[in-house]
Write a protein that binds this ligand. Sequence first.
Ligand code: HEM
Length: 460
Amino acid sequence: MRSATPTAAAPGRAGFPPGPRLPAPLQAIDWLRGSTSVLRRCHRRYGDMFTVNLVAKVAAGPAADAEHGRWVFLAHPDHVKQLLTADPSAVRTGETNRFLEPLVGPRSILVLDGQEHRAQRRLMLPPLHGDHIAGYGELMSEVAEAELRRWPVGEPFGLWPSMQAITLEIIVRAVFGVRDPDRVRHVTGVLRTLLNRMTSPAWLAAHAALATVAGSSPAGFSRAGRRLIDPVDDVINDEIARRRVAPDLEDRTDILSLLVRARYKDGSAMTDRELRDELMTLLIAGHESTATALAWAFERLLRHPDALERARAEADTGGEDYAGAVAKEALRLRPVLPFVLRALGRPMEIGGHALPAGAWLAPCAYLIHRRPDVYPEPLRFRPERFLERPEGAYTWMPFGGGVRRCLGASFAQLEMRRVLRAVLRHADLEPADPEAERISARFITLAPARGARVVLRGRR
Ligand code: HEM
């Protein structure tokens, strides 16, 4: 790998790295038209650190400090490592996630920083740890197999909504712990309404308009969004109440039951508010992201006959190593979240730039994953690369990194392997159109523009 610009020798240049000089509103328009082409263009022109100026209106609302619209992108793994391994008191994440607070609530791990974040993470880590979640593999295969039996034969359909149905049911059953089939249907239906709205262009336009009227204040937004969120809160609070009095609580293995049983260092339990906010967080963080990652995995795999053949042969024998490599390669070329954001709590020198406190930095998985010095022939879809060499913590980062790394990374990858295996074993799919699907922005994720359209040729 080319080494990063030295940071220690010379004192850094004060201020932000270079970037497009267009007025911010024009940069914002450019960004909305296609953020990944802006990222590629800027990387080519300005190198591994550049500044894009969107004046805060995309994410944080116009009432926010204008500094928040200026994002410094980091495309070198050394710079990213420096930032993500820095003392957490010097780097804040909750602040950059504030726009999610109306939805996930003030006690969500996503919006907390420092000691409060650490305490929540300590409680949430064991239930989402690889050892514990292995027990959900069977359920994941079962949900995928039931879903693929509903696919029409011989006519094109989008895999993306189908993947959403799978990941939602898995969350309702494994995370919320709902067992009764009628109740699973009811809870899934209520959550579906909110999630569909969140990714619809109309809702996004309304969100932007509300942010303009109400500023970035969560209260301002939540008044208008209440009607959408209230039914979901009712369902979640109901599940929490049922679980608190469940006679078999001690034997249950779903994540909600584990969180109800968990204790902070001082021996206290999570409050209903905390449980509600973390369940909503797991739903929002874990559903759409995994469904989109799966849609991309199929979109890429079905267009690469050699890889497809190898993956099918493995699925028939019950293995899942190659399926895991397919998932990793899809997440490399199509990271669902192309970058994460961090706010500097104090000044920091990175890559020769002395950045001020308050600056927002964006470690960029999308650009790092396309570096030819890390990934030879970077644009080629070749899952084998992950069988030949394990992924690096700061060169493969679809799940972010450091003390905020995705808590559901093992869960999501197990789910991807199981769904890939179930589909490859039982369904002969082919792409509905030969051309690759474009990348299209949906809420904060990047999804296949045509919804990963396929044709089912037959079941096996
Ligand atoms: C392929 C699917 C997924 C992708 C691509 C993904 C990606 C990410 C990313 C990029 C972050 C931010 C990390 C950072 O700021 O450094 C994150 C955070 C998080 N994710 Fe995921 N995620 C996925 C699935 C899941 C699932 C299935 C769950 C839970 C069931 C989950 C729960 C979380 C939580 C709780 C956080 C916040 C961690 C913290 O702030 O400490 N994610 N995820």
